[in-house]
Every structure is written in C-alpha cells, then in structure tokens.
Design a binder for this molecule. Structure first.
Ligand SMILES: Cc1ncc(COP(=O)(O)O)c(C=O)c1O
Length: 411
C-alpha cells in the first residue's frame, strides 16, 4: 500500500473544512462583516459596552436581569476566592466538592421548588451528560425541532432512538408518543423559552401528554429563569403549575451571572446523576467564585423583585416598538426578540448599520435558523433605561428600513 503524502493530507476532508472556514472568515472581514468573537473592552454596568473603542448600547446580552458586576454577587465571589482559592481538588465525586457547591445546590433546589439539585461545569455539558446518562439502548427521546444545540447533541450521543416533533405542535408530539411501545423508557425534552424565536413552550399540554403516555419531561430553562414567572422562578411559575416538570435544567450563565449548569428534581434522580453522569464524575467541579456568585445571584433575584418586573416591562416596550415599526418579530413572548431580515447578507448589513449607530446587536444566520429567516437576535435587560430602548428601536427600524428597501439589497 502506498504511504499517504503531504499532498493527500492537504486534500482531505478535515483540511477542506478548515480552509473553508478560513475563507469564510476572511471574506466576512473584507466586507467589514466581522461581528463574532470581538472582545468587549468595558461592560460599564452591563447595559452599555465598549467594543474597539466605541461605546454602544448592549442589546445582545443574556444577562437579562443586569446582574453582572452586582456588588453583592461580586463580593460573594471574592470572599470565596479568599476562603477556598481559585480551583478545586478535582471532580465533584472525588475531592472536588466544597461547602459552597452544596450551598448552591440547596439554593437552586429551593428556588426551583425541587427536592434536590446538582451542578455541572456548563449548561451545554449539563444537557449532553444528563440526556445521555438517563437514556440507553431501547429508549426513546423526543425533542422539539427548535431545541437548543446542546439538547440535540445530548440526544445524538445517547443510545436512544432520537425523534423530533414539529415546533410547539402538541398534536405532533402526541402522535409520536402514541407510536411508542408502552413499556419503553421515554424522555420528552423541550426548551422553556426558545433561544432563536423567544416563544414559550406549551408546558401545560406537554406535561399532560407526558403524564398520559408515561414519559419523563425535561425542560431547559436557560432563557426562562429570571425571565418568566412573577418572581422569575421560570416556566412552571409562568403557567401556575408545580410538579409539571421531572427534570428542571438551567444554566448559571445567563440571568445568573456566573457559569455552569444544573438539574433540579427528585432526590432519587439527583442521587442517580451524582453517581452516574460522566460530566460530574470525569470533569472538574465549578470553581469556588463561580459557585459562590451563582448562589448569591439566586438570593439577589429574590431580594430585588423589581428586576424581573422591569425586564418584563422593558421586553414589552422593545418588542412592541419593533413590531410597531413594521418589522417581523415572529411570536416572541419573552427574553429574546428576533428581528427578521431575510438573507444572511441582509442580516449582516442591518447589524453593521445598527452597530455603527451605537446599538450592539448580533446576527443569526442559516443553518442556525431556516434559510430566508436570518435575523438579528436582540435582547433587553432589566437595567436598560426607557430612553435607550426607544433609541435602539429607532436605530433598528431605520437600519432595517434602509437595507430591506434597497433594490440592490446592499447599502
Ligand atoms: C437553551 C440553551 N440551553 C443551553 C445553553 C448552554 O448553556 P451554557 O452557555 O451555560 O453552556 C444555552 C446557551 O446559550 C441555551 O441557549
């Protein structure tokens, strides 16, 4: 057999992928469309940022409640560094568990009205490890078509049969559930607030269907904790339900200004994950400042209820303003406001005009969203002032108007 030459390696599929991305990034840069991976130099309290020396209103943040830099949270993180240092002695199962981890898990369990909770190093990892740990060969996982990539990846790596149902379509979900063997292990997974469209899952109906068909229900609350419900406790509070969700998943990286992910649920479920989830057993624990910051943040949400209230008001002001300007925001209901631009190029152009005018928004393109529905994915925070929201609406409306009415599709 002939030995592969350097020339063969340069032509292989791995190299093609690397080069394709290089070309794409260079082409975007040549057209002044470099919007991703840019360092934010100053967060100035969160609702304004400085990027490449330019101050802009921040309308692309997941920090919904404006808690980044909150004095109580920052102090808790600093205290944890003084007490425990910056790292742990390894994975949680072995020497990595500190009192601050247990404290955080108790706080989460209480906040989420669950018996117990467990934390992982990120939200992404939480979905991956939990879905693949709970399911095995012969089981079924049924996922909403618009679920986050981390859920899709968790379903893909599990050994279960992976089925999808049409987005938020309860008749389609029911058809799938009815087609499955009665005694098979079944898990239905959904986002609470969908991260591309900002709409809310029909939790009452999903929960009813899961109960009727003996399926477990897992809900990803990345964009609903701090956002939905009178006190920000999430999607069950929003619908006035309790015990509707078996596996309550969330992140510590959005309304909660740290990083990490969690599951809240029954004591037995959490115990099972503590001894079986690979990301808990084989990956290092959350660092002490992350855990302490997250723990304090849940308490701040309870102590400062005005934030959840203001977020809701700001969201309505922003979304309704964008809609009144004649732009398509799909059926956005909470957290995220998609502003439909059309092609990738149009989304890029609207973004560039907005940023030049001092409004920091970012584009989301195909294949993250369907072709022709490329968009700005805008967010507001509890700490935005009414005036800056109104200014942002004007900038987005004017920028979209210029691009979408341009006969050449280019401005
Ligand atoms: C719905 C959803 N789930 C999970 C994640 C992953 O969370 P993390 O960024 O904390 O890893 C995200 C992140 O954006 C998300 O939007």
């Amino acid at each position: 057999m002939l030995e592969p030459t350097m020339n063969d390696k340069l032509k292989d599929s791995i190299n093609k992928r690397i080069l394709e991305m290089k070309r794409r990034v260079e082409a975007d840069s040549e057209r002044d469309f470099s919007f991703y991976n840019r360092p934010i130099e100053d967060v100035s309290g969160g609702s304004k940022v400085v990027i490449a020396g330019q101050e802009m209103g921040m309308f692309a943040s997941y920090s919904y409640l404006g808690l980044i830099g909150h004095p109580r949270i920052a102090k808790a993180a600093k205290r944890a560094v003084d007490e425990f240092g910056t790292g742990t002695h390894g994975v949680r199962l072995l020497a990595g568990t500190l009192p601050v981890h247990r404290e955080l898990e108790n706080t989460i369990a209480e906040f989420k009205n669950a018996e117990a909770a467990i934390t992982f190093s990120s939200g992404y990892v939480t979905n991956l490890t939990v879905i693949s740990t709970l399911l095995g060969r012969g089981d079924f996982v049924i996922s909403d078509k618009l679920n986050h990539a981390s859920i899709v990846d968790g379903c893909t790596i599990s050994n279960a049969k992976f089925l999808r149902f049409r987005h938020n379509d309860m008749a389609d979900l029911e058809r799938r559930l009815e087609s499955l063997p009665l005694s098979a292990g079944k898990l239905v997974v959904v986002d609470a607030v969908f991260s591309m469209d900002g709409d809310i899952i029909d939790l009452p109906r999903v929960s009813e269907l899961c109960k009727k068909h003996g399926a477990w229900l897992m809900v990803d609350e990345a964009h609903s904790v701090g956002v939905l419900g009178e006190t920000g406790r999430g999607v069950e509070e929003h619908f006035g339900l309790s015990d509707a969700v078996d596996i309550k998943m969330g992140t510590l990286s959005k309304a909660i200004p740290a990083s990490g992910g969690y599951i809240a649920g029954s004591k037995d479920l959490i115990n099972y994950l503590r001894y079986s989830a690979r990301a808990y057993i084989f990956s290092a624990a959350l660092t002490p400042p992350q855990a302490a910051a997250a723990n304090e943040a849940f308490k701040v949400i309870v102590d400062e209820p005005w934030r959840v209230d203001r977020l809701r008001q700001n969201f309505r002001l922003f979304r309704d303003g964008i809609r009144d300007a004649g732009l398509d925001t799909l059926s956005a209901t909470a957290g995220i406001v998609p502003v439909i631009c059309g092609t990738d190029d149009q989304a890029y152009q609207v973004t560039r005009l907005c940023q030049r005018a001092g409004v920091f928004v970012l584009p989301v393109l195909f294949p993250a969203v369907p072709p022709g529905l490329s968009r700005l994915r805008a967010t507001v925070m509890a700490t935005h002032k009414e005036q800056s929201i109104k200014e942002a609406i004007n900038v987005i409306a004017e920028s979209s108007g210029k691009v979408l009415s341009s006969p050449l599709g280019s401005v």
